[in-house]
Design a protein around this ligand. Structure first.
Ligand code: SAM
Length: 325
């Protein structure tokens, strides 16, 4: 029988944080002392020192158990930076062997281009590449790193090999809001769908996010200076809603504050230490093992489902990076 909460929600999409580590330290994701981020620099629930990254076999066994219970439609590999996981190619091909219909990745694009073709051949269906600016200094400010050239190479590579691609841009007021139009035009010229994200109150900006918050209506106002657009109907279980320009689906906004999306959320998260979370804002980790029995797994999932929030995400000190964005 399908597991469902009183709001009719279940788990169909699994986000797997392959590693907490990242080679960027984005303003909204990592604390100010980080150049690139490791587990030790993350805020949120401390990670016991003896825990280590799951090896491929254990990880795949856990996902296989979850798939048997939930009949997942998508597994998204994320992090941290998923391309830093030592054997990301094996993970993709093993997931393909499990018969998961869609295997997706969210990456910062720093290294993606170098393995894009191999990942596609292994079974990767789509990729979301994060890009917060096209202007070099703003990019550096947002990511606390250099790497714009690499990200652009990854975008071109994904297009060249015909991998389904979307771009993600987190908008911070006074930092990269002037990049919205250039990024939208860049995406439209290349025929890529871009999504602008309202800042979510997580991790280092949990307390202070209001001062950097740039709302959905501000994004729309800015775009309306140059373009006429029409709203498209919201798709079920989607975090983003979309607008068309000249009858082409052109951009989306993921607006946790303005247009919350918890009410039909179907996502489950698995972190790189084998903990599952029913909600991005849950501080309650439920630890699984590759040999967790079907009975205990079902109990764990039933509990995780109770952690979903009713309407919108409240946030806490946990970073997106530690739970898998
Ligand atoms: N390293 C990969 C990347 O950069 O795409 C994957 C992990 S990252 C945590 C996943 C997504 O979460 C990125 O698109 C990032 O911009 C977004 N993100 C992280 N913290 C956020 C926050 N506080 N508010 C909104 N989006 C956030």
């Amino acid at each position: 029988m399908m597991m469902e909460d009183p709001y009719g929600r279940t788990f169909k999409k699994l986000r797997v944080s392959l590693t907490h580590e990242c080679n960027y330290a984005c303003l909204y994701c990592a604390d100010s002392s980080a150049k690139s981020t490791t587990a030790a620099s993350l805020l949120g629930t401390p990670i016991p020192a003896k825990q280590s990254l799951l090896p491929v076999a254990g990880l795949i066994k856990m996902i296989s158990n979850l798939h048997a219970e939930l009949q997942l439609d998508t597994v998204r590999l994320t992090g941290g930076e998923p391309m830093l996981y030592p054997d990301v190619l094996s993970v993709v091909s093993e997931l393909k062997n499990l018969g998961i219909p869609k295997i997706a990745m969210t990456t910062n694009g720093h290294q993606f281009y170098s393995q894009a073709s191999a990942l596609k051949a292994a079974g990767l269906s789509s990729v979301n590449i994060s890009i917060d600016a096209l202007e070099v200094e703003t990019f550096k400010k947002m990511s606390r790193n250099k790497g714009l050239e690499n990200v652009l190479m990854s975008i071109d590579k994904a297009l060249e090999i015909g991998l389904e691609l979307k771009l993600n841009t987190v908008v911070l007021k006074g930092v990269n809001d002037a990049q919205i139009l250039p990024l939208l035009e860049f995406a439209m010229n290349k025929g890529i769908l871009i999504r602008f994200l309202e800042l979510m109150p997580m991790g280092p900006l949990h307390q202070s996010y209001k001062s950097l918050f740039f709302s959905e209506s501000s994004i729309l106002d800015l775009i309306s200076n140059n373009y006429a657009f029409d709203a498209l109907p919201k798709e079920k279980n989607a975090t983003a809603h979309y607008w068309s320009i000249n009858h082409q689906k052109a951009f989306g906004i993921i607006a946790n504050d303005s247009t919350p999306f918890c009410s039909d959320c179907d996502r489950l998260r698995l972190d790189s230490y084998g903990n599952i979370y029913g909600c991005l804002s849950s501080l309650k980790a439920i630890t699984l093992k590759p040999d967790t029995s079907a009975y205990l797994l079902s109990e764990a999932l039933t509990e995780a489902l109770t952690h979903k929030q009713q309407l919108n995400f409240k946030g806490n000190l946990r970073t997106m990076q530690s739970i898998g964005g």
